[in-house]
Design a binder for this molecule. Structure first.
Ligand SMILES: Nc1ncnc2c1ncn2[C@@H]1O[C@H](COP(=O)(O)OP(=O)(O)OP(=O)(O)O)[C@@H](O)[C@H]1O
Length: 242
């Protein structure tokens, strides 16, 4: 699959990729390498210039985008909550759009992402950034998707919140038997959360490895340069505590 925006080098360049159900895939790589563009071809926020994308064997270009997007969870940085709707209304939106509003389901979803039910009536502006992202995750899960797409979901959060939300997402991934594809520029996050790490460079996938493989030195130079960052930080911290 290839995506070109006008003239110049393609944003995604002849990528061919199959994602196993149940896997947690991290897409990493430097800024502009094509991660978000590749992710967005899955729910048709971006249409490929050539090639195709299938989900569960079905060519997504044959599905109406609203129907497709209801069946795929999507979480992105700054999450896009509706500011004039409260937490419960934001979470319930996909259920309303699908014609099956369900107040009890909203409570279940808040529990699932560990948000106190007492926040249900608050407007997004009265939440912390981490709480807002949890609302975004709850909303993405509302319609019961099997596939979750996450585009830098924790990008704007402090490291502690980021870590706990990452763990929460990893737990939900396992518990709900999801397939998750997550764009992140943070290799440490990718190594800790994913079962498979893809490194993109200039629109191509240059590495396709497990976290264990990367930590054992496999995956090539670009991947190892990214792994070196958290590794050297961990070493320096270990030396400090000696
Ligand atoms: N809507 C668009 N119109 C024109 N060019 C675009 C558009 N979206 C992305 N691009 C270009 O495509 C390339 C890949 O962008 P993309 O956002 O996929 O990269 P990325 O790896 O996700 O980067 P980042 O980590 O900074 O988000 C970039 O050169 C970008 O400028």
């Amino acid at each position: 699959m290839t995506k070109r925006f006008g003239a110049g080098a393609p944003a995604v360049d002849r990528v061919s990729l199959a994602i196993e159900p149940g896997s947690f895939v991290a897409l990493v790589g430097t800024s502009g390498s094509g991660k978000s563009t590749l992710l967005k071809t899955i729910n048709r926020l971006v249409e490929p210039t050539s090639g195709y994308v299938t989900v569960d064997g079905e060519d997504v270009s044959r599905l109406p985008p609203p129907q497709l997007r209801r069946s795929i969870g999507y979480v992105f940085q700054n999450v896009g909550l509706f500011p004039h709707l409260n937490v419960a209304e934001n979470v319930a939106l996909p259920l309303r759009l699908a014609g099956r509003p369900d107040a009890e389901r909203v409570n279940e979803l808040l529990d699932l992402v560990a948000l106190p039910r007492s926040l249900a009536m608050r407007l997004p502006a009265a939440l912390s950034g981490g709480q807002r992202q949890r609302v975004g995750v709850a909303r993405a899960l509302a319609a019961g998707p099997r596939l979750m797409l996450m585009d830098e979901p924790f990008g704007a959060l402090d490291p502690v919140t980021r870590d706990s939300l990452g763990e929460a997402v990893r737990m939900l991934h396992q518990r709900l038997e999801l397939t998750t594809v997550m764009v992140t520029h943070d290799m440490a996050e990718a190594l800790l959360l994913a079962t498979r790490v893809l490194v993109m460079q200039d629109g191509r996938i240059v590495t396709d490895e497990t976290p264990a493989g990367l930590l054992a030195g496999r995956g090539g130079d670009a991947a190892q340069a990214l792994v070196a960052v958290p590794r050297s930080q961990a070493q320096r911290l270990a030396e400090l505590s000696r």
